[in-house]
Design a protein around this ligand. Structure first.
Ligand SMILES: *[C@@H]1O[C@H](CO)[C@@H](O)[C@H](O)[C@H]1NC(C)=O
Length: 266
């Protein structure tokens, strides 16, 4: 069963990394890193003496665990397997299925004021090619904003297929996408290029974090959503990987959480 973990994202990572020769060495090191991960049985997590990594991940997804800084080192392999294997993809598909069913059942205004809020990182786009790197280790090594922003500026993040599917349904129903991200305003052009390349081709608004916006994600995102509501828009749906995308004022009629066991944004 050697093939169990090498699915879509793995091939994407390799394809992306091989796309430019300057990244070749990094690609090789990523392959080595991924091969080092030993197969675990199914999706039952693997047990370490002090910490059950599946319980840890459940705590993360339910927001029982807050303000954590790093993936516990004992869970680096577990998180790597989860993210590169089929369970992460299946979990994202299940979120999209629920969101699509909900969206299709909505009674819309038909006045162009119904909007759906999409976060970018780990929601519409995946930074897994970056997070799989040995200097990031799926979030087991401290976040470095300089390096992360440099990756963002490359504009090479692949779409998360499940969210792209939801996005297309949202558009087809006449709900307008609003893309709301905590990445800084200076990355705007790279983000536009990346979103377009990944298949997200139109939106009502693309909102990035300006220098005067609150550094607290929940405050920033709430205030931008409140501006939308004050402008007469109805937020019928909201999808993000962080709880701070989905709580606070005007969170939306329904919220949908996609998994992210790699980092926590407070
Ligand atoms: C973050 O990465 C940059 C570029 O590689 C490096 O110069 C800097 O020292 C790193 N910062 C930390 C805190 O590790």
């Amino acid at each position: 069963m050697r093939s169990f973990t090498f699915f879509f994202f793995f091939s994407t990572i390799v394809a992306l990394a091989l796309a430019s020769t300057s990244d070749h060495v990094e690609a090789i090191s990523q392959v080595v890193e991924i091969h080092r991960l030993r197969p675990q049985t199914g999706t039952a997590g693997y047990h370490v003496p002090q910490l059950d990594c599946l319980s840890w991940r459940l705590g993360v997804e339910t927001n029982n665990l807050q303000d954590w800084k790093l993936v516990p080192s004992a869970c680096e392999n577990y998180v790597g397997h989860y993210m590169l294997g089929k369970q992460y993809r299946h979990d994202c598909e299940a979120v999209a299925d629920a969101a699509i069913e909900y969206a299709k059942g909505l009674k819309l205004g038909g006045d162009g004021k119904d909007v759906w809020v999409f976060d970018i990182d780990e929601t519409t786009l995946s930074n897994l090619p970056y997070y799989a790197g040995s200097d990031v280790a799926f979030g087991a090594i401290a976040f470095n904003s300089t390096r992360f922003n440099a990756w963002v500026m490359e504009g090479k993040a692949p779409a998360i297929p499940a969210t792209l599917r939801l996005y297309k349904v949202v558009l087809s129903l006449g709900i307008k996408p609003v893309i709301l991200t905590g990445t800084p305003e200076f990355t705007r052009q790279a983000r536009i290029t990346n979103l377009m390349k990944a298949g997200y081709t139109s939106w009502l608004k693309l909102i990035l974090k300006g220098e005067n916006d609150s550094p607290k994600s929940v405050v920033y995102k709430s205030s931008k959503r409140t501006e939308l509501v004050k402008a007469g828009y109805r937020i019928v749906g909201n999808i993000g990987d962080q709880w701070t995308d989905l709580i606070g004022e005007n969170a939306g009629s329904r919220t949908f959480k996609v998994p992210d066991p790699m980092y926590y944004i407070g």
